[in-house]
Design a protein around this ligand. Structure first.
Ligand code: NAI
Length: 334
């Protein structure tokens, strides 16, 4: 049985081929992302499954085309599924699996790396000292100890982030549609959204993206935050209204912004564009701020996470293809 991979990078091939040693799938890797431009190139009745990533476009027409080509399973090698039309998957009788929890710590630890870098400016110090510039001017940060850190979304990644921040001695308050008893026992307080964001020194976004929370961080919510708030987003780009964030950076309402995700990232991330002219003025503006840090969706990118992603994805496909259901139903979306 053949699985066709989209948006495939050398590291995807490396980890999936290794994991496939315990299966017997034929794996075919295409570098291009999945979208309407490529579906005609998929050979009919040749692939029973496609394996896709965060920026592949699984719109209704693309899903209809996959079904027409004989694809039976769509395997997301990620946790988020905001790029998939779930109704279309169900309507065409396809199955859809994902990797709900490959390594929450990988993402939480990257959020911490962004926060510490942004605050203590280690990226600037690194460049300075390589130039034999040992001046400290402009490198001042603040203690995280006893600061109020707000976590929006306390699922698997948010919970891991809360625990690390509690270890730093921060006051951790949170907002989620569901409260975690475990986190409450550890000292996390839950409050309504407006209340938490108005108290925050630091806000870290860890909720999944939905129609309801698109642009959660916008001009209105920014206006009720403390002046000088620091915002970290490792979740999904569209949680932040980028132009509103740019305005807030200009006025100093946001004193630091670190993003691993960006609303228009599918045109940019995972590619080397160092020789290109980038037409996206918002990302160019963001990168121009000295207090903005951008990483290209790398929060998940650890050896442990990639090993688990490959193992879990192939195991789910193997189970579904036999007509069985995985023991962890969180892996199955349709
Ligand atoms: P999860 O499903 O365990 O947790 C999501 C939490 O968000 C849930 O507790 C849910 O109740 C909460 N939530 C949903 N809507 C909300 C809202 N409007 N307000 C407040 N809370 C809300 O998911 P997990 O594994 O913690 O992942 C979170 C997100 O992180 C994913 O949806 C994905 O977008 C992102 N992610 C980013 C990665 C990266 O490399 N940058 C890698 C993996 C995930």
């Amino acid at each position: 049985m053949k699985i066709l991979f989209f948006s495939a990078k050398p590291y995807d091939r490396q980890f999936f081929e290794k994991s496939n040693e315990t299966h017997d799938f034929e794996l075919e890797f295409w570098e291009t992302h999945l979208g309407p431009h490529i579906v005609d190139a998929i050979k009919k009745d040749n692939y029973q499954a496609v394996c896709v990533f965060v920026n592949d476009q699984l719109t209704a027409p693309v899903i209809a085309a996959l079904a027409e080509k004989g694809v039976k399973i769509i395997a997301l090698r990620c946790a988020g599924f905001n790029n998939v039309d779930l109704d279309a998957v169900a309507a065409h009788g396809l199955r859809l699996c994902r990797v709900p929890a490959y390594s929450p710590q990988a993402v939480a630890e990257h959020a911490i790396a962004l926060l510490l870098t942004l605050n203590r400016k280690t990226h600037k110090a690194y460049n300075r000292t390589r130039e034999q510039n040992f001046s400290l001017n402009g490198l001042m940060g603040f203690n995280l100890y006893q600061k109020t850190v707000v976590v929006i979304g306390t699922g698997k990644i948010g919970a891991a982030f809360c625990k690390i921040m509690l270890g730093f001695g921060c006051k951790v308050i949170a907002f989620d549609l569901y409260e975690s008893e475990e986190l409450k026992q550890l000292g996390v307080n839950y409050l309504p959204f407006e209340n938490v964001i108005s108290k925050a020194d630091v806000i870290s976004l860890h909720c999944s993206l939905s129609e309801e929370n698109k642009y959660l961080i916008n001009a209105n919510s920014l206006a009720i935050m403390k002046k000088g708030v620091v915002i970290i987003n490792t979740s999904r780009g569209a949680l932040i209204h980028t132009k509103d964030a740019i305005e807030a950076l200009k006025t100093g309402q946001i004193s630091g912004l670190a993003i691993d995700v960006y609303e228009q990232e599918e045109k940019l991330f995972f590619k080397d564009l160092s020789g290109s002219i980038i037409g996206d003025d918002d990302i160019q503006r963001l990168i121009s701020f000295p207090n903005v840090l951008v990483t290209g969706h790398q929060a998940f990118f650890t050896e442990e996470a990639l090993t688990e992603i490959a193992a879990s994805t192939l195991a789910s496909v193997a189970t579904l293809i036999k007509g069985n259901e995985p023991s962890d139903l969180n892996e199955i979306l349709v």
